[in-house]
Design a binder for this molecule. Structure first.
Ligand SMILES: [Zn+2]
Length: 163
C-alpha cells in the first residue's frame, strides 16, 4: 500500500456536460498520458467513476503524485458561446467559477469519507494549494495560483462541511 499524504480536489475546467470518456480521450490522445489525471471524476448529476486504482498514482499535480489521490468534479469554469471562423457555434472556456452542483458536493464528501480509513493522515487540499508562495507571506494569494483549480477554497470548505 502506498502512503497517502494528500487528497487533492480538482475541477476539469471544462463545460459541466463534458463526458468522462471525452476527458479520458483528451489525456490519452492530446496529452499522450498513459495514466489518467485523476482517480475519481464526478459528473454534474453527482454520479462518478473511479477511473484508476488508488494504489497507483495519477497525473493530478506535477511532482506531487506519488503520495496523492486526486478527485475532480466536471466543471469549474464559465463556458461562453462563440462563433468560429466557419460560422459554427463553439464553447469557449471563461473565468473560473465554483459551479459545483449540490449533487457533486455530496459526492465529493462521500468519496472523501470513504477514503479516510485508507488515508487517515492525508491532508485534503486543492490543486492550487500546491502553488509556490512567491512573496513568502504564508498565504497563497490569487495572483500566486498556478491554476485556479478547483475554483473554490478547499480549506474553508472542508471546515464548513465538517470533514
Ligand atoms: Zn487540478
Amino acid at each position: 500500500m502506498r502512503r497517502i499524504d494528500y487528497i487533492v480536489l480538482h475541477c476539469t475546467a471544462g463545460p459541466q456536460n463534458q463526458t468522462i470518456d471525452t476527458i479520458k480521450r483528451y489525456w490519452k490522445n492530446e496529452l499522450g498520458w498513459s495514466k489518467p489525471g485523476y482517480h475519481y471524476l464526478i459528473n454534474a448529476d453527482g454520479s462518478y467513476e473511479k477511473i484508476h486504482p488508488i494504489e497507483s498514482p495519477t497525473n493530478g499535480v506535477a511532482g506531487n503524485n506519488a503520495h496523492s489521490i486526486h478527485i475532480s468534479y466536471i466543471g469549474g469554469v464559465e463556458v461562453l458561446q462563440s462563433i468560429n471562423k466557419s460560422g459554427k457555434v463553439i464553447n469557449v472556456v471563461g473565468k473560473s467559477v465554483d459551479n459545483r452542483t449540490e449533487a457533486q458536493i455530496a459526492t465529493q464528501i462521500a468519496i472523501i469519507k470513504k477514503l479516510k480509513p485508507y488515508a487517515p493522515n492525508a491532508k485534503i487540499v486543492g490543486h492550487r494549494d500546491f502553488s509556490p508562495d512567491k512573496n513568502h507571506d504564508g498565504i497563497l494569494q490569487p495572483n500566486e495560483w498556478m491554476k485556479a483549480c478547483p475554483s473554490f477554497d478547499v480549506k474553508s470548505w472542508i471546515k464548513s462541511v465538517g470533514l
